[in-house]
Design a protein around this ligand. Structure first.
Ligand code: HEM
Length: 411
């Protein structure tokens, strides 16, 4: 891995065997690196891995989110059946937009995610976590990822968005297809699931128009800024974004958090001994995001002109990804970056991104993780892995830290 002409392929089996060794190599030897990404074949991607550079990039308007003219060209490569769901997900989705279009959408959706709004639902998250543990604990051995880490954030975001109980299973299936992606399902079944999901969201919008509720979707339908409203396509894309971002990330954070704490029994013991030390729990969650957060890189940006950094020129039109997971272990930004330390303060990690696209749901994710973990740890003093640590494998998804499963013994 260490020759000067190495090309790092993010998501390759070699990479997945030890992502942090690759990140360290990038930071030291090639802070701006023309690499590859293994997803549905291989693609070129420029990787930026140092902390300061990632922050600069995310605030630099020479790097644009919107695929611009490449968007329609990308669509042309897909069969008709797949084009409509891709069009919906890429043209009205604020995470793939630049200002002012991005700012307009973000403003319309921001209210339910303020710290005060999130505090108000922490009791509900506590109740959900304890309810799940009541069911799971008698079983002894459980697969924690699907049985606990997933249903907490999935139920919360469904309730926040306003998805009725009767539709949750259909909805969950579609959302699963959305996040699993075309690479896993194949184009045809992915398109089928996505079209069914779009249909369901359009029905839901219709329903909320006639019977408004106290939920985000109703809020978005009614939201108006200076006479401006969201179009139906924008509503559909926003529901897709909120629900996928709302559970996919947090459920992997909770899974990774449990594993990180089991790997560091001294730190786990400190948390267990201090269930009411709010400041410690908050700093522990920040450190869990820095050390093992689920997202290793942001959505790709495109350079609008040649950009030269560290004697390397990224050409105009190139795809660039700031590698957040590498930045979060940069020794120039964090003391002993490979040490997991729940007392680390300050901790200005990039696990929730940076700049205008900084995670909208960061307060929600932090609260859910804190509340769910606290319930789990308090009630299960003998929590332990049910398989050998070496059997836990990462899913082959570039820029994600997702374990395939987390079998544990509760008790
Ligand atoms: C954006 C991480 C949970 C909603 C982001 C970004 C990151 C991130 C890194 C920036 C992406 C980029 O620049 O391309 C995480 C992590 C989470 C989490 C690690 C949990 C552990 C949530 C939750 C929601 C959410 C619970 C709730 C709805 C969003 C949205 C954006 C976003 C809407 C796009 C914001 C924009 O484009 O302005 N998140 N997220 N996230 N996140 Fe999260």
């Amino acid at each position: 891995m260490t020759t000067p002409d190495t090309t790092i392929t993010v998501g390759s089996p070699e990479f997945l065997a030890d992502p942090h060794a690759h990140y360290a190599w990038l930071r030291t030897n090639a802070p701006v690196h023309r690499g590859r990404m293994a997803y549905m074949g291989e693609q070129d991607v420029w990787l930026v891995s140092r902390y300061e550079d990632c922050r600069l990039l995310l605030a630099d308007d020479r790097f644009l989110r919107s695929p611009g003219e490449q968007g329609p060209a990308m669509l042309a490569g897909f069969p008709d059946s797949v084009r409509e769901p891709i069009r919906l997900m890429t043209t009205s989705n604020m995470i793939l937009m630049d200002d002012p279009g991005h700012r307009r959408l973000r403003k319309l959706v921001a209210k339910p995610f303020t710290p005060r709004a999130i505090d108000r639902i922490s009791g509900r998250v506590d109740e959900l976590s304890h309810g799940l543990l009541d069911e799971l604990e008698p079983l002894g051995r459980v697969e924690l990822r699907e049985r606990f880490a997933l249903p907490v954030p999935a139920t919360v975001i469904n309730e926040m968005v306003g998805v009725p109980h009767a539709d949750r299973e259909r909805f969950g299936r579609g959302m699963n297809a959305l996040v699993t992606g075309m690479a896993r399902l194949g184009q045809e079944s992915w398109a089928r699931e996505m079209n069914a999901l779009t249909e369901l969201v359009r029905e839901l919008i219709e329903h909320k128009r006639s019977e408004p509720g106290e939920d985000i979707l109703t809020g978005l339908i009614q939201a108006e800024e200076d006479g401006d409203r969201l179009s139906e396509d924008e509503l559909v894309a926003m529901v897709f974004l909120l629900v996928t971002a709302g559970y996919e990330t947090t459920y992997n954070l909770i899974t990774n958090a449990v594993l990180t704490l089991l790997d560091h029994p001294d730190q786990l013991a400190r948390l267990r001994a201090a269930p009411d030390d709010e400041a410690l729990w908050r700093s522990a969650v920040e450190e869990l995001v820095r050390y093992g957060g689920p997202i290793g890189g942001t959505k790709p940006s495109t350079t609008v002109e040649d950009v030269t950094w560290h004697d390397t020129t990224i050409p105009a039109g190139a795809t660039v990804i700031p590698v957040l997971a590498a930045a979060n272990r940069d020794p120039a930004a964090f003391d002993d970056p490979d040490t997991f330390d729940i007392d680390r303060r300050p901790n200005a990690h990039l696990g929730f991104g940076h700049g205008v696209h900084f995670c909208l749901g960061a307060n929600l994710a932090r609260m859910e993780t804190r509340v769910a973990l606290r319930a789990l740890v308090r009630r299960n003093p003998n929590l332990r892995l049910a398989v050998d640590r070496s059997e836990l494998a990462l899913e082959p998804m570039p820029f994600w830290t997702r374990y395939e499963e987390l079998p544990v013994h509760l008790g």
